[in-house]
Design a protein around this ligand. Structure first.
Ligand SMILES: *[C@@H]1O[C@H](CO)[C@@H](O)[C@H](O)[C@H]1NC(C)=O
Ligand SMILES: *[C@@H]1O[C@H](CO)[C@@H](O)[C@H](O)[C@H]1NC(C)=O
Ligand SMILES: *[C@@H]1O[C@H](CO)[C@@H](O)[C@H](O)[C@H]1NC(C)=O
Ligand SMILES: *[C@@H]1O[C@H](CO)[C@@H](O)[C@H](O)[C@H]1NC(C)=O
Ligand SMILES: *[C@@H]1O[C@H](CO)[C@@H](O)[C@H](O)[C@H]1NC(C)=O
Ligand SMILES: *[C@@H]1O[C@H](CO)[C@@H](O)[C@H](O)[C@H]1NC(C)=O
Ligand SMILES: *[C@@H]1O[C@H](CO)[C@@H](O)[C@H](O)[C@H]1NC(C)=O
Ligand SMILES: *[C@@H]1O[C@H](CO)[C@@H](O)[C@H](O)[C@H]1NC(C)=O
Ligand SMILES: *[C@@H]1O[C@H](CO)[C@@H](O)[C@H](O)[C@H]1NC(C)=O
Ligand SMILES: *[C@@H]1O[C@H](CO)[C@@H](O)[C@H](O)[C@H]1NC(C)=O
Ligand SMILES: *[C@@H]1O[C@H](CO)[C@@H](O)[C@H](O)[C@H]1NC(C)=O
Length: 796
C-alpha cells in the first residue's frame, strides 16, 4: 500500500492528505481488480460450472458428459449425476470424501439415465431431467409451486426456493437410506436399505418412524410385530415423535412437544468432521463418522444390532441365516439347493420333487431333522403339548405338511416356502422337513382310484382348513402385535444379561484378590462373592490381552455370554476398566478334571469317565456347531474342564483364544494351548480350524481312558508317551493293559480308543467333526479302524 509519509510533519495533517491520495489510488486499484476478478470468474465459470452454494438460477443445467455438479458452499456436498450401472443417476454425495458416498438418490428405483440427458432447473422453475428427445422426468415434485432458485446447502440438503425464499421442496423430506445431521425423520417416513452396496434400488429392510412413537426396523414385505427385529420401545409416546440427528453425531427421539424421550446413540466422545446414519443393505442401521482425512474410511460409531443374522429375512425363501465367525451365511437345509449358487441370499429350493403323501407303500420322502433353526412359522395348524417325535409323526402322515417346527411342546405344521429362517442355538427348536428320499429304488405307485379320491378329499378339506386358518392367523397377528407392543419384547430382539462390573466392585468381591484358586494360560483365578454375598463366583484376571478396544472386548464378551450349555462354564459378567480385564464366571467347587483324574485317590469308574467324555464332547460340539458364533477353544485339556457339584464336566476358558490372538490366522510365534495337546497344524502354516480342538480332545480322551497324563517319566520307556502306547496296544490287540485292573468290556475300550486315534490324526481333514465324534462315542455309528500313522511311531 502507498503510505510513505514524512515523519517530521504533524500526524493529523499528513493523515488527511494521505488519505485523500490513498483513497483515489485505492479506488482505481479496486476497479481494476474488480474487472480482473470479473473476467477471471467468467473464465472460471465456463471452465468449471460448479457454482458454490449461491443460488442456482432457472436455466442452469448439468450433464453427465461433462462431469459437472452443483457444490455446496464449503464443498462438502455435491448434487448432480453420478455413474451408476451402465449409465448415471441423480443424487447427492460427499464431494470431499474420496470413497464415493451417496446419501440421496432421485427416483432410486428407476433405471440409470443415458449420458445424453440434461438435468435442468427449467426457466419455468421445475427441476427435471430432459432426454435428448425432449421428454421430461420430474426430479422434484413441487406440485403446482414453481421454484425461483435452488441451492445445495452445506448440510447436505438440496432445496428449491420460491420467490419469497420459502422452501418449497427439499431432499431432507424425501430420504432414501441415509439421514444426515440436522435432518429429521418425521412419522410416517422411513429409510429403505439399498439392494446391495453397489445397487441403490430399494432393498429388503426399512426403519420406520411410526405414528405410535416407535422407531422400528422391519423386513419390507412384512411390517408386523413378528418381523420387527429392532425398535426403540417408545410406542407410548404417541404421534409426532421424530428421529433427530445432531451435529455431535447423536441420534435421539423428540416427542411432539420437543422433549428428548430417548437417546439412541451416545454423544461421540471425539467430535468428527462428518456423520451419516444409514440403513445398510444388510438391514442394520449404522451411525458412521469420518474425519475427512483422505486416508481414512467411514468408521462405525453405533449400530442397531451386532448379530448380523438378526435382520428378518436376510436369507431368501427356504434358507436360514447362520453366523460363521460373526458373518452371516445363508444355508440350505439338506435336500435343498441354492436357487443361484452365486447369490446365496436368493434362497433355496428342494432339489427333488417330493410327494408329501404317505400311502400304504414305501413313502417317497425322508423327514430331515434340522436343529436350532427358527422359521417365521405361518402355521396352518398348531398342535400343542406334544412330544417331539409325535410332531415328526404328525407331519409325516399329513399330506399337507411339508415341514414342521417343534418348539416348547408346540408342533407347527407348515407349507413351503419357509421364511425368515435363522439359526439360534439357545432356542432349542427342531424343524422337520420332507425331502426327496435318498433310497436308491423308489417304488412306483400306480395311480389308484382310492388314493385319487382320498387326495381330492384331503385337498378340499385342507383348503377349508387353510381358509379358516387364514382368518385366524390374521386375527392372531393383530392381537399379537398389540400384545407385543404392550409387553415391549419381541423374541428376535437381543437380550443380553451379561453384567458389566467396575474394577472396584471386583476388588471388593474378591477381598482385594486374596483367595487365589489357580493360575491358567490366560490369567489368575480368584474366588469372589457378588450380589451382596449371595453368590460365589470365580473371577479371572486376564493377562496379555491383545487390546482391540472396548467395543471388540464387549463383543467378545457378548459372544461368550450368549453361549448357554450345560457343559460350559457360564460367564456371568466382565470388567473393562482402565487396563483391567476381568471375567466373572459361575463357581465350580469340585475343581478340574485334572484333579479328578490324576490327583484323586479314588479312581472314577469307567462309566463315570465315559459320562465325562460325553459331557465334554457335547460342550465342544456346541461351541463348534451350535452356538451363534462358532468358537474354537484352542486350549482343550483336563485343567480347563471343571467339575460341578453334580458331577457334570464343564468346559472353561472358551472364547478367550480370540482375545489373546491378534487375528484368526496366527501371525505370532508363541503357541497357544498347552504342549502335547496342540495339533500339528499349529506348527505349520495350515489354517487353524475347529479340528485343533478335535485333536486335543483325542489326546485328552486317552488320558481319561487310562487315568494318567499324556507323558509320564516313571514308567517303562515304551509307555512314556501315552498316545504312542495306546496305539501300540491297539495294534497288538492288548487294550486291557490300558485300564489296568478295571473290569471293562473290551469292545467298549476299543470304541473309545478308536475314536481317540481318529481324533489325533495328523491331517486335520482326516479327523472327524465333533458331531461325528459324538455319534461314534454314543455308538450310533460304527467306528472304522483308524489308519496307521507316522506321528504315533516317532514321538510327538
Ligand atoms: C448460502 O446458502 C445459505 C442458506 O440458504 C445462505 O444463508 C447464505 O447466505 C448463502 N451464501 C451465499 C454466499 O450465497
Ligand atoms: C455441461 O453441460 C451442460 C448441459 O449440456 C451445459 O449447460 C454446461 O455448460 C456444460 N458445462 C461445461 C463445463 O461444459
Ligand atoms: C439393481 O437391482 C435391481 C433389482 O434387484 C435390478 O433390477 C437392477 O438391474 C440392478 N441395477 C444395477 C445397476 O445393478
Ligand atoms: C406430485 O405430488 C402430488 C401430491 O403431493 C401427487 O398428487 C402427484 O401425483 C405427484 N406427481 C408426480 C409426477 O409424482
Ligand atoms: C413461499 O414458500 C413459503 C413456504 O413454503 C410459503 O409460506 C410462501 O407463501 C411462499 N410464497 C410464495 C410467493 O409462494
Ligand atoms: C447404495 O448404493 C449406491 C450405489 O448407487 C452406493 O453408492 C451406496 O454406497 C450404497 N449405500 C449403501 C449404504 O450401501
Ligand atoms: C413429551 O415428554 C415430556 C417429558 O417426558 C412430557 O412431559 C410431555 O407431556 C410429552 N409430550 C407429549 C406431547 O407427549
Ligand atoms: C440424552 O443425552 C444428552 C447428552 O447428550 C443428555 O443431556 C440427555 O439428558 C439425554 N436424554 C435422555 C432422555 O437420556
Ligand atoms: C490425517 O491422517 C494422518 C495420518 O493418519 C495424520 O498424520 C493427520 O494429522 C491427519 N489429518 C487430519 C486433518 O486429521
Ligand atoms: C479403508 O478401506 C480400504 C478398502 O476397504 C482399506 O484398504 C484401507 O486400509 C482402509 N483404510 C483405513 C485407514 O482403515
Ligand atoms: C440334493 O442335494 C443334496 C445335497 O444338498 C445331494 O446330496 C443330493 O444328491 C441332491 N439330489 C438331487 C436329486 O440333486
Amino acid at each position: 500500500m502507498h503510505s510513505n509519509n514524512k515523519d517530521d510533519l504533524p500526524f493529523f495533517i499528513t493523515r488527511r492528505e494521505e488519505e485523500l491520495k490513498v483513497s483515489i489510488i485505492q479506488k482505481m486499484a479496486f476497479m481494476i481488480l474488480f474487472l480482473l476478478l470479473l473476467l477471471l470468474s467468467c473464465i472460471l465459470s465456463t471452465a468449471n460450472a460448479q457454482p458454490r452454494n449461491s443460488s442456482i438460477s432457472p436455466g442452469s443445467s448439468l450433464s453427465p458428459n461433462n462431469n459437472s455438479y452443483w457444490l455446496s458452499e464449503s464443498g462438502q456436498f455435491a448434487f448432480g449425476f453420478y455413474p451408476y450401472g451402465n449409465g448415471f443417476s441423480v443424487g447427492i454425495w460427499f464431494e470431499n470424501i474420496q470413497q464415493k458416498t451417496v446419501v440421496w438418490t432421485a427416483n432410486r428405483d428407476d433405471p440409470p439415465f443415458p449420458s445424453d440427458v440434461q438435468l435442468l432447473l427449467s426457466t419455468q422453475g421445475r427441476l427435471i431431467v430432459r432426454s435428448k428427445e425432449g421428454q421430461d422426468l420430474v426430479i422434484a415434485n413441487t406440485s403446482d409451486q414453481l421454484a425461483s432458485s435452488a441451492a445445495m446447502l452445506d448440510s447436505g440438503n438440496f432445496v428449491l426456493f420460491n420467490w419469497s425464499s420459502g422452501i418449497i421442496w427439499q431432499t431432507f423430506d424425501f430420504p432414501t437410506d441415509t439421514i444426515l445431521p440436522n435432518q429429521r425423520l418425521v412419522p410416517p417416513n422411513k429409510l429403505v436399505s439399498n439392494v446391495s452396496e453397489t445397487n441403490h434400488t430399494s432393498g429388503k429392510f426399512v426403519i420406520v418412524m411410526q405414528t405410535d412413537g416407535n422407531l422400528v426396523q422391519y423386513h419390507v414385505e412384512e411390517a408386523n410385530a413378528n418381523t420387527a427385529y429392532w425398535y426403540t420401545k417408545t410406542y407410548e409416546a404417541g404421534n409426532g415423535v421424530t428421529l433427530n440427528f445432531n451435529i455431535h453425531g447423536q441420534l435421539y427421539l423428540l416427542n411432539a412437544s420437543g422433549s428428548n424421550i430417548k437417546n439412541i446413540s451416545d454423544k461421540a466422545s471425539v467430535l468428527k468432521a462428518a456423520y451419516r446414519a444409514t440403513i445398510d443393505a444388510d438391514g442394520i442401521f449404522r451411525l458412521y463418522s469420518h474425519t475427512l482425512n483422505q486416508s481414512d474410511n467411514w468408521s462405525i460409531e453405533w449400530s442397531s444390532l451386532d448379530d448380523k443374522c438378526s435382520p428378518t429375512g436376510l436369507c431368501g425363501l427356504n434358507s436360514y441365516c447362520n453366523l460363521i465367525y460373526s458373518d452371516p451365511v445363508c444355508q440350505c437345509p439338506s435336500g435343498f439347493d441354492y436357487i443361484d449358487r452365486s447369490q446365496k441370499n436368493l434362497g433355496c429350493r428342494r432339489n427333488s420333487s417330493v410327494d408329501a403323501c404317505t400311502t400304504k407303500g414305501e413313502p417317497s420322502f425322508d423327514v430331515h431333522e434340522l436343529i436350532d433353526v427358527l422359521w417365521y412359522a405361518d402355521a396352518y395348524s398348531t398342535l400343542s403339548s406334544i412330544e417331539k417325535n409325535a410332531c415328526k409323526e404328525e407331519c409325516f402322515r399329513d399330506c399337507n405338511c411339508e415341514a414342521a417346527l417343534y418348539e416348547n411342546g408346540n408342533c407347527k405344521k407348515l407349507k413351503l416356502p419357509l421364511r425368515f429362517g435363522k439359526r439360534k442355538s439357545t432356542i432349542g427348536a427342531t424343524s422337520f422337513l420332507k425331502i426327496g428320499a435318498q433310497r436308491g429304488k423308489r417304488k412306483r405307485r400306480e395311480l389308484r382310484m382310492d388314493i385319487f379320491i382320498s387326495s381330492i378329499a384331503c385337498s378340499t378339506l385342507s383348503f377349508l382348513v387353510l381358509a379358516a386358518a387364514g382368518v385366524l392367523i390374521h386375527r392372531s397377528r393383530i392381537r399379537k402385535y398389540k400384545r407385543i407392543v404392550n409387553m415391549g419384547n419381541v423374541g428376535f430382539v437381543e437380550d443380553v444379561t451379561l453384567r458389566s462390573f467396575t474394577y472396584n466392585e471386583l476388588k471388593v468381591a474378591t477381598n482385594n484378590f486374596k483367595d487365589e484358586l489357580g493360575k491358567g494360560a490366560y490369567g489368575t483365578v480368584f474366588r469372589g462373592v457378588i450380589s451382596k454375598g449371595k453368590r460365589v463366583v470365580a473371577i479371572k484376571r486376564l493377562e496379555k490381552v491383545v487390546d482391540e478396544g472396548e467395543r471388540d472386548f464387549r463383543n467378545e464378551m457378548k459372544a461368550i455370554g450368549k453361549t448357554h450349555h450345560k457343559n460350559l462354564v457360564q460367564l456371568l459378567g466382565y470388567c473393562y476398566d482402565g487396563t483391567n480385564r476381568l471375567l466373572v464366571y459361575e463357581y465350580m467347587k469340585n475343581g478340574s478334571l485334572a484333579d479328578f483324574l490324576f490327583k484323586s485317590k479314588l479312581r472314577v469308574n469307567w462309566e463315570g469317565r465315559i459320562e465325562i467324555v460325553l459331557n465334554i464332547a457335547g460342550g465342544i460340539f456346541y461351541l463348534h456347531e451350535e452356538c451363534e458364533t462358532q468358537i474354537i477353544h484352542c486350549d482343550i485339556k483336563p485343567e480347563n474342564i471343571l467339575m460341578d457339584d453334580k458331577g457334570y464336566a464343564k468346559i472353561a476358558d472358551f472364547g478367550l483364544a480370540k482375545l489373546l490372538m491378534p487375528s484368526q490366522t496366527r501371525t505370532y510365534t508363541g503357541i497357544r494351548g498347552t504342549r502335547g495337546y496342540v495339533a500339528p497344524e499349529w506348527h505349520s502354516n495350515l489354517p487353524i480350524t475347529v479340528k485343533v480342538d478335535v485333536y486335543s480332545f483325542g489326546i485328552m480322551l486317552f488320558e481319561i481312558i487310562c487315568c494318567r497324563r499324556k507323558v509320564e517319566a516313571d514308567v517303562p520307556e515304551n509307555e512314556a508317551v501315552l498316545a504312542n502306547w495306546v496305539y501300540d496296544c491297539f495294534k497288538a490287540n492288548e487294550l486291557e493293559k490300558l485300564v489296568r485292573n478295571e473290569e471293562v468290556e473290551r469292545c467298549k475300550i476299543e470304541r473309545m480308543v478308536k475314536v481317540g486315534l481318529w481324533c489325533a490324526q495328523d491331517e486335520p481333514s482326516s479327523r472327524p467333526s465333533m458331531k461325528k465324534v459324538m455319534l461314534m462315542l454314543e455308538g450310533t455309528v460304527n467306528v472304522p479302524d483308524p489308519p496307521l500313522l507316522s506321528s504315533f511311531v516317532s514321538s510327538p
